[in-house]
Design a protein around this ligand. Structure first.
Ligand SMILES: [Zn+2]
Length: 123
């Protein structure tokens, strides 16, 4: 059980140390530097546990691999680099107003905003 806790901590700190949402594969690559025997299946298992305990949040966009980011409680908008496919978290400045007004009869339950382009590394 103790070892389990340690694995979870290493995985969570790897996610925190990144300034952007990471795929489970990227999280594993980071975590394995601190814990060389950590397996990918174990990484997935801990991601599920961390997600269920609301310490990390899943970031899912259509056509994008699932990613995870640290649940710091801040609203975020994501920037997608079209060159390297990395996703970056940005501070949400939309103040929760949708970019379009739904016509009468439509019930809006949410909206997603994503910025895209090239990141400084790719520019
Ligand atoms: Zn890039």
């Amino acid at each position: 059980m103790k070892r389990n806790t340690k694995q979870g901590k290493v995985i969570l700190s790897s996610i925190k140390s990144a300034d952007r949402p990471l795929t489970p594969f990227e999280i594993h690559q980071l975590a394995v530097k601190k814990m060389p025997r950590l397996g990918i299946a174990t990484t997935y298992r801990h991601l599920r546990i961390l997600s269920e305990s609301h310490q990390v949040v899943g970031v899912d966009y259509p056509g994008q691999p699932p990613r995870y980011e640290w649940a710091d409680g801040l609203d975020k908008v994501h920037f997608s680099c079209r060159a390297c496919n990395k996703l970056y978290a940005l501070e949400d400045t939309t103040e929760d107003s949708p970019p379009a007004k739904a016509p009468k009869g439509f019930k809006v339950q949410g909206f997603e905003v994503m910025l895209y382009g090239t990141c400084p590394e790719c520019e």
